[in-house]
Design a protein around this ligand. Structure first.
Ligand SMILES: [Fe+2]
Ligand SMILES: [Fe+2]
Length: 238
């Protein structure tokens, strides 16, 4: 087995163990039940995002953040929008976009024991892409002084890149899956910061093997995912 394949296998093992983290478990269970009820795929998207985060060197807090970054979707008033085959209206886009703040509210509830970055990632995983868009490492003149604007490779940015790559690569209600070259091109055009480009390139390089392993481990089918909650049988889509 190649080193890369072995690395992906270990990343999958790690994430499938991480879903049992007591702080994460109850949110993931809510996500999966929501998936089953409405026939959507937030759960496998979250687990795959977690695997990518591990592959790109994310720490345990980054993995937790990846696993529940979209938890706010369970609070959307019209979950059927997540399956809408066509384009969103401006109003629908706003409504679905609220999953970030709803996730933040859900995760900042008292007593879940999760680090604050988990809730912050739920809140920022989309906007972070724009936040660092124009930052470069070249010195710039600002206010008469030369300052060096620094990009930050934060957990929010790491999760933002991994979840965006997964969303672009795989089939959505409104389009089929896209090939890796198309996805890389889309990723490069949305943000030219050095950190973002490097994250996108890494995901692209790993794409073939990562996808292969994740398919073989069932991470593309909610019904084939390991059942970490000890529920009886495999939940079926309603
Ligand atoms: Fe999201
Ligand atoms: Fe996502």
């Amino acid at each position: 087995m190649s080193d890369v394949r072995e690395g992906v296998e270990s990343a999958v093992d790690y994430v499938l163990r991480a879903v049992s983290d007591p702080g994460i478990l109850r949110f993931l269970e809510l996500i999966r039940r929501h998936d089953i009820k409405y026939g959507i795929d937030t759960y496998p998207h979250s687990v795959r995002t977690g695997v990518s985060v591990v592959l790109l060197g994310g720490d345990p807090d980054a993995v937790k953040s990846a696993l529940v970054h979209d938890v706010g979707k369970i609070m959307l008033p019209r979950p059927e929008l997540l399956k809408k085959p066509g384009d969103f209206t401006a109003e629908e886009k706003r409504e679905v976009g609220r999953h970030t703040e709803l996730g933040y509210l859900l995760l900042t509830g008292t007593g879940n024991g999760l680090p604050s970055v988990v809730a912050e990632t739920a809140r920022d995983h989309h906007t972070v892409v724009d936040q660092y868009r124009d930052q470069t490492e070249s010195p710039r003149k600002r206010g008469g002084r030369k300052t060096r604007r620094r990009e930050k490779n934060t957990i929010e940015l790491l999760v933002g890149a991994c979840e965006r790559y997964d969303a672009l690569r795989n089939a959505r209600a409104y389009r089929g899956e896209q090939d890796a070259d198309t996805v890389l091109h889309a990723m490069r055009s949305m943000n030219q910061s050095r950190v973002w480009l490097s994250l996108a390139d890494s995901l692209y390089r790993l794409d073939n093997t990562a996808r292969d392993v994740m398919i073989s481990r069932g991470l593309y089918d909610p019904e084939n995912l390991a059942n970490p909650w000890g529920l009886e049988g495999t939940p079926k889509r309603l």
